[in-house]
Design a protein around this ligand. Structure first.
Ligand code: TYD
Length: 131
């Protein structure tokens, strides 16, 4: 995991942020998805990826991100459109405590592929041991 900070252009008409693949984000962006309307108390994620690289940005509101690399746990709150969290392969992630009206944007290095997911924690721990 590492934190990325995006350039903000503020000129009296609002704030504009830019995140360019291969420049601000350490991969070419093949897919963008976003999560809105997360009900109070919902927990999302609970999986890892075998190869996928992602950057998560909370455009509005806040969300707590819990990460586990098979050894250590990390927890951080995403609450600013100028901040992205890079999450590489082999990281178990959980998104919890979505504030009402939050918008979580995710930039991804690959198209959607269910075969890239590890959705079982024990299987993930085994994957970490073998990689
Ligand atoms: P999932 O990645 O499991 O969401 P989360 O980890 O936030 O709970 O995806 C939820 C559903 O959405 C699942 O059925 C697959 C589908 N999906 C797509 O069709 N395309 C995508 O790019 C993503 C990320 C998910």
């Amino acid at each position: 995991m590492h934190i990325l900070t995006f350039k903000r252009v503020t000129d009296g008409r609002g704030d504009l942020y830019a995140a360019e693949g291969g420049r601000d984000v350490p991969f070419d962006i093949k897919r963008v998805y976003y999560i809105t309307n997360a009900p109070e108390g919902v927990r999302r994620g609970f999986h890892a990826h075998r190869t996928l690289r992602q950057v998560m940005i909370c455009l509005r509101g806040s969300v707590k991100l819990r990460l586990f690399d098979g050894r250590a746990h990390e927890e951080l709150t995403l609450d600013s459109p100028d901040t992205g969290v890079y999450v590489g392969p082999g990281i178990w992630r959980e998104m919890v405590e979505f504030e009402k009206h939050s918008v979580l944007l995710v930039l991804a290095s690959e198209h959607y592929d269910e075969a890239d997911y590890i959705r079982d924690l024990e299987e993930f721990k085994e994957f970490v041991k073998q990689n």
